[in-house]
Write a protein that binds this ligand. Structure first.
Ligand code: NAP
Length: 306
């Protein structure tokens, strides 16, 4: 028998969809993915999720939302989806050699941080290389750091890291930032922040811990070594949509295309919620809101076929 609702992904969007679908008696099945709980699992304090005036740790928040989803009967498979076929109904969702069929599918696979892909980066991830200042900034008290990127995330990370670090250098590949003016002004006027323009990281240096980076100036081609204790990569995120290529309409950056204000995708009965379909807001609370919408959309589709 087909599942009525199959949810792929277990961040705030997927779990909220599960709460709503389960309470509507649709007995959702969730394939939670290997990165269970999503990006909040690698966050520390969450201070802007409504209902927690003293803040809550990201993993604790996800555990609570998960419990709430399970309380109403959500079944959870701890694995990754390997293939989907949305060309006919019921839809087919494969997890390795196991096939599931479903009348509606809600996709909430989120987005993942982009990495530079330079030597030393992967080896030293967690040992001075990070993509999350809120998670790891704390470990760099009185240290010197670089932040790579020129968007709002890079500005935000750099400003946040000044709480801990003695000096933060923003390394950007061009000669102007793409971030919003207010953020750029704050960065440029901050006494602890310096900017290295027109430069890229060629290598992250260090054996067991980061000791420095080699930087190449893109206009002069000159390569210099900079001693630092940490490298924060803030060059954007990529939506986790590899498995949906050729099945659903994706935009140029790979995000699932949904009409404004709706979670519908290019296939009727398949819905998308959270960062996988949202490159603008990218907040836990907006993802949760979209998860709720997706469950209501799926419920309506099952009732009326529209
Ligand atoms: P983004 O706007 O796409 O910026 C990515 C930055 O990384 C760009 O400056 C880009 O350089 C650089 N970059 C990309 N690939 C690189 C590479 N391989 N090597 C070196 N540099 C590289 O991403 P984002 O900053 O994560 O922001 C995403 C969205 O969220 C934006 O719409 C942003 O406004 C929003 N956001 C808002 C806030 C806020 O308002 N508080 C905070 C965070 C994010 P180029 O400029 O040369 O392309």
């Amino acid at each position: 028998m087909s599942e009525k609702v199959l949810i792929i992904g277990s961040g705030p969007a997927g779990l909220t969809a599960a709460i709503y679908a389960a309470r509507a008696g649709l007995e959702p099945l969730m394939v939670e993915g290997f990165e269970r709980g999503g990006q909040l699992m690698i966050t520390t304090d969450v201070e802007n999720y409504p209902g927690f005036p003293d803040g809550i740790m990201g993993p604790d928040l996800m555990e609570q939302i998960r419990k709430q989803a399970e309380r109403f009967g959500t079944r959870i498979i701890s694995s990754n989806v390997t293939e989907v076929d949305f060309s006919e109904r019921p839809f087919r969702v494969s997890v390795g050699s196991d096939d599931y069929t479903a009348d509606t599918v809600i996709i909430s696979t989120g987005a993942s941080a982009r990495w530079l892909g330079v030597p030393g980066e992967e080896k030293l991830r967690g040992f001075g290389v990070s993509a999350c200042a809120t998670c790891d900034g704390f470990f760099f008290r009185d240290k010197e750091l670089i932040v790579v990127g020129g968007g709002d995330s890079a500005m935000e990370e750099a400003l946040f890291l000044t709480k801990f670090a003695s000096k933060v250098t923003v390394v950007h590949r061009r000669d102007e930032f793409r971030a919003s003016k207010i953020m750029v002004d704050r960065v440029l006027n901050h006494p602890k922040i310096e900017v290295v323009w027109d430069s890229v990281v060629e290598e992250v240096l260090g054996d067991s811990l980061v000791t420095g980076v080699s930087l190449r100036n893109r206009t002069t081609d000159e390569v210099t070594r900079m001693d630092v204790d940490g490298v924060f990569v803030a060059i954007g995120h990529d939506p986790n949509t590899e498995v949906f290529k050729g099945q659903l309409e994706l935009d140029d950056a790979g995000y699932i295309v949904t009409p404004k204000g709706s979670t519908s995708t290019s296939v009727k009965g398949v819905y998308a919620a959270g960062d996988v379909a949202d490159r603008v807001y990218r907040q836990a609370v907006t993802a949760a809101g979209m998860g709720c919408q997706a469950a209501l959309d799926a419920e309506r589709f099952l009732e009326h076929g529209a």
